[in-house]
Design a protein around this ligand. Structure first.
Ligand SMILES: [Zn+2]
Length: 177
C-alpha cells in the first residue's frame, strides 16, 4: 500500500502452467480469464493483476460512482446556467407565418426551445404544441422577453398579454379563462 492508502497495481510474476492467481479475489484461474496488459515487457506476455471478472466489477463500480458525480454536476450546471435570473413572459414569433404565442417560464429561452427540438412532443406544453402546429424550424423563430420580479407577476402579465391579443388571428394562444 502506498502513502495515499491506495493499493498499488502489482504486476504479478508470469503465470505458471497457464494459471495465475488474481490479486483481488485470490482465486487461481487460467490465463484466459485475464486481460493481457497493453504494454509489453521484453516481449513477454503479461497479464493484468486482477482477473477479468474482478476488473469488470471494478470498472462497473467506477462508472456508477462517476455517473452519480456527473448527474450531480449536471444538476448544479442546470441550476446555475439554465435558469433565468428572473421569471419572464415571452412572445415567440414564427417568422414565416407571423403567428405568435405567449408563455411564461423561468427557464432560459434558448434552452426551452432546444428541449422541444431535441425531443419533439416530449414536453406537452403550450410552447411545444405551438412549435409542433407551426411545424417550426429553429431558424424561423424569434422571441421577445418581458422580465418580472415574481412568478405571480409573470403569470398576471402573461394573462394580460393573451387577453390583449386574443382576437388577433396571428395569436395562437387560446383563452383559458
Ligand atoms: Zn479476481
Amino acid at each position: 500500500m502506498n502513502k495515499d492508502g491506495k493499493v498499488k497495481d502489482i504486476i504479478m510474476p508470469l503465470a505458471a502452467d497457464g494459471m495465475k492467481q488474481c490479486t483481488k479475489c485470490k482465486e487461481t484461474k487460467p490465463v484466459s480469464e485475464y486481460y493481457i496488459l497493453k504494454y509489453k515487457v521484453k516481449n513477454e506476455v503479461r497479464y493484468n493483476s486482477s482477473c477479468k471478472k474482478c476488473l469488470i466489477a471494478k470498472q462497473t463500480a467506477y462508472r456508477k460512482q462517476n455517473s452519480e458525480r456527473i448527474s450531480r454536476q449536471r444538476a448544479e450546471y442546470y441550476k446555475k446556467n439554465l435558469k433565468s435570473d428572473k421569471p419572464y413572459v415571452y412572445k415567440i414569433i414564427h417568422k414565416p407565418t407571423g403567428h405568435f404565442y405567449f408563455g411564461q417560464t423561468t427557464r432560459i429561452m434558448n434552452v426551452r426551445i432546444n428541449e422541444h427540438f431535441n425531443s419533439p412532443g416530449h414536453y406537452a406544453t403550450g410552447l411545444s404544441i405551438f412549435l409542433t402546429e407551426e411545424n417550426a424550424e429553429k431558424k424561423d423563430l424569434e422571441y421577445e422577453q418581458f422580465f418580472c420580479e415574481t412568478e405571480k407577476e409573470a403569470l398576471n402579465l402573461e394573462k394580460k398579454k393573451i387577453i390583449e391579443n386574443i382576437d388577433n388571428p396571428l395569436c395562437l394562444n387560446r383563452n383559458p379563462w
